[in-house]
Design a protein around this ligand. Sequence first.
Ligand SMILES: *Cc1c(COP(=O)(O)O)cnc(C)c1O
Length: 424
Amino acid sequence: MTSFNQKQEQLWVDDIPLATIAQNAGTPVYVYSASAFTRNLKEFSSAVQGIDHLIAYSVKANSNLAILTLLAKLGAGADVVSGGELERALQAGIAPHNIVFSGVGKSKEEMQAALSANHGTGICQFNVESEPELIALSEVATAMGKIAPVALRINPDVTAGGHEKISTGKAENKFGIDINLAREVYRNVRDLPGVEVTGVDMHIGSQINSLTPFEMAMDKILELIKALRFDGHQINTYDLGGGLGIHYHDDSDIPPLPSAYGAMVTKKLKGKGLKAIFEPGRAIAGNAGVLLAKVKYIKSGGARNFLILDAAMNDLIRPALYGAHHEINPVNAKSNHEKMTYDIVGPVCETGDTFAVMREMPKMQQGDLVAISSAGAYGAVQSSEYNTRPLIPEVLVSAKQYAVIRKRPTIKDILEREDVPSWV
Ligand SMILES: *Cc1c(COP(=O)(O)O)cnc(C)c1O
């Protein structure tokens, strides 16, 4: 089931035609489906209902306040990687005891903010990535008279992830503590004041299309947990990170369903006396949004036919950054049954500003709308104002209603942030 459907030869999001949104909010625009977010979260949570768990949605995938509020109302926790994301999660009403703080370079200010959340009771857990970071947290917490709950992020040295730039669990990646040093590090930090290290954390990569890397990493971490317990450490939580892939390509990459992932994890963790923490991002947000754009010009007759959109790499950088594939479909399906092959590009002055190369699709006309699929995760959050193109708006649809949940800034708004000193 999907929330983006063809009806009367038009693409709809739930009960609203995408063309209506283009008309009212303008293009390019991100369009999200509340029902898709809801369905994805419920599907993930029912897949792991057999074990004690927390779902800490990875805020960096899509951090809009309306999306976080929707997920908060459904009971989701949050995985944050900055003070800004922490503030978003708190403002959206996510319970602090359901918030985990990840990331390799937390500042003292960010640690203080997380420790004082919820009138001082603080967040669920800090995922700490190195000994120096733990010492810093120990100092901050001690000075505040608090005890920070900590899991150490362990790098299990497995290969995973759809692209080298989103693989995080190999020994040579910057993330986590080398699994071969883990026992020593847990021993070294046992008596540090202000921190209580009772968890193990991992996050091995993103857009992972097979259960095998998860299974390999889990086997290694569960063995480590056994050894840590043998060494006398109390280990209560196992944070498995995120990384489950989604379906981007109509013809390939069929990732495991959350139900299969959940069944595998449940089997491995049942009876182990561990609370599982999951940090899904893409699996919740990815296919809950599209980037809606308009064909500005069609340039043909040369070596290639170019479909020049009003959306560009600054709006959705995944194709330029990771060579990512996104399905691109006409919003109005009846326009033409004749097929054409296009390079689909944006107006930014970079060759990398290309959404698709040699893509076959129905013949398009200037002014036609296209929907770039699976743009709900790592889309709007990674956008920039390169070429002084204002950030594009985000729209949330729920059944028959929709609202702009981030408005398009004006050029004036952009220029007003800048100052010209008198001595220039
Ligand atoms: C990015 C990230 C996630 C989310 O990854 P997805 O592939 O979107 O599920 C979870 N945890 C950490 C630590 C991350 O950096």
